[in-house]
Design a protein around this ligand. Structure first.
Ligand SMILES: Cc1ncc(COP(=O)(O)O)c(C=O)c1O
Length: 397
């Protein structure tokens, strides 16, 4: 037998700059503990615990039988692009044409493709910190300079516009906004957005506006920077089906952008996944054009759970928690426990059987916080509160 050498794996150097999403790692750790017989309450992962509404599932099944099982156009099926254009025109109150829409497998690829298409080495991107970890990961991956705009609790986790203005430089090419916000549940009001728009002014800076939680808002109304006069042309709107219609596993989202950017973004689709699955896109048309009552019901249920969970956390020694205005996360301040965030999150999983995320999973400004997802039953949320309270009683002075 000839001997074979175990060759060293030589990854491209850019791979050392690629980050990750800790939620999936914590989920794996929690599942490993469950395999050993431990009971774990899952408050780590960011997906609705509801089933996809029946009308959407039926549309997907019918589409499979009707033969929507083939490749489709890279930018999405024309009928879905039109349905999205109509939906965005109506909700953001700006006229959007179907050529401005690119359908992709989930909201995430819009982040991936936008950064890949726009950012050269040394270009600066301003992004929220704490924030969805994929922003910083992708900026670093392509060799851009990730410029953090800290979101602070005392401002209810909104953007400090003066600080934003001070971070803008001649190298700034992209500003990322996210409202409602993961991980804090903070929202940007119309007034906040108008001030941000004023700070950006007439510069040639694009805005990636991540509005994936736009339908999960408990107080006030969602307002997009795309609606500000002069900003539609500079905005890449990210939205999708995962959170709104409980369709995380279907993998379908979209970007809305100027047509001359939609073409290269669609080319990145051609070079990566070819197209979003055709039958899921047909179901997407049913989601946007069909009955919306399930979305409203889900939102009302998240609000009920948020209220109960925030009230419960505020009774626990060392925890203090603001009431988030959107999404399905709560982000308590845990500095008074005296524990660093990561160690506390790990220990709550190991010793209390509650899986949550360290605020630092969302960037350095997340130190001092934990993120809990309330996408779990009220019963489980109450059990989690009891377990955390018992743990705190035993371990905190
Ligand atoms: C802020 C934010 N943007 C984008 C996404 C990606 O969504 P999708 O699952 O549709 O790719 C998520 C998912 O957690 C998110 O929290």
């Amino acid at each position: 037998m000839p001997t074979t050498t175990q060759h060293e794996l030589r990854l491209a150097s850019r791979m050392s700059r690629l980050g990750t999403e800790t939620a999936f790692e914590v989920l794996n750790r929690a599942r490993a503990l469950e395999k050993k017989g431990r009971e774990i309450i899952h408050l780590e992962i960011g997906e609705p615990d509801f089933d996809t509404p029946a009308n959407i599932i039926e549309a997907g099944i019918d589409a499979l039988y009707m033969g929507w099982t083939h490749y489709g156009p890279a930018a999405g099926l024309p009928d879905l692009r039109q349905a999205i254009a109509d939906y965005v025109s109506r909700t953001r109150k700006v006229p959007v044409a179907s050529e401005e829409v690119v359908v992709v497998p989930g909201g995430k690829p819009i982040i991936f493709f936008t950064v890949l298409a726009l950012i050269d080495a040394g270009d600066e991107v301003i992004y929220p910190n704490p924030g969805f970890p994929i922003y910083e990961s992708m900026i670093n991956y392509v060799g851009g300079r990730a410029v953090a705009i800290p979101l602070r609790e005392e401002r209810d986790f909104s953007v400090d516009v003066r600080e934003l203005a001070s971070l803008i430089s001649d190298r700034t090419k992209l500003v990322i906004l996210n409202s409602p916000h993961n991980p804090t549940g903070g929202t940007l009001t119309k007034n906040d957005i108008l001030e941000i728009a004023e700070a950006i002014g007439d510069r040639n800076i694009l805005i990636l506006s991540d509005e994936i939680y736009s339908r999960l808002i408990f107080e006030g109304e969602h307002f997009s920077i795309m609606s500000v006069p002069g900003f539609k042309e500079r905005t890449i709107l990210l939205d999708g089906f995962s959170k709104t219609y409980a369709m995380t596993g279907w993998r379908m989202g979209y970007g809305v952008m100027r047509p001359d950017l939609a073409v290269p973004i669609a080319r990145l689709m051609t070079n990566s996944t070819s197209c979003t699955a055709s039958f899921t896109q047909v179901a997407g048309i049913a989601a946007l054009r069909g009955d919306q009552s399930s979305v409203n019901k889900m939102c009302a249920e998240f609000k009920r759970r948020r209220d109960a969970f925030v009230a419960g956390l505020n009774k626990i020694k060392g925890f203090s928690c603001r009431t988030p205005k959107g999404a399905f996360y709560v982000f308590p301040n845990i500095t008074k426990t005296g524990w660093p965030s990561k160690k506390l999150a790990d220990t709550l999983l190991d010793e209390a059987g509650v899986a949550c995320l360290s605020g630092t999973a969302f960037g350095e400004y997340g130190e001092g916080y934990l993120r809990f997802s309330v996408a779990n039953s009220l019963e489980n949320l109450n059990t989690a509160l009891t377990k955390i309270e018992d743990w705190a009683g035993r371990n905190l002075r």
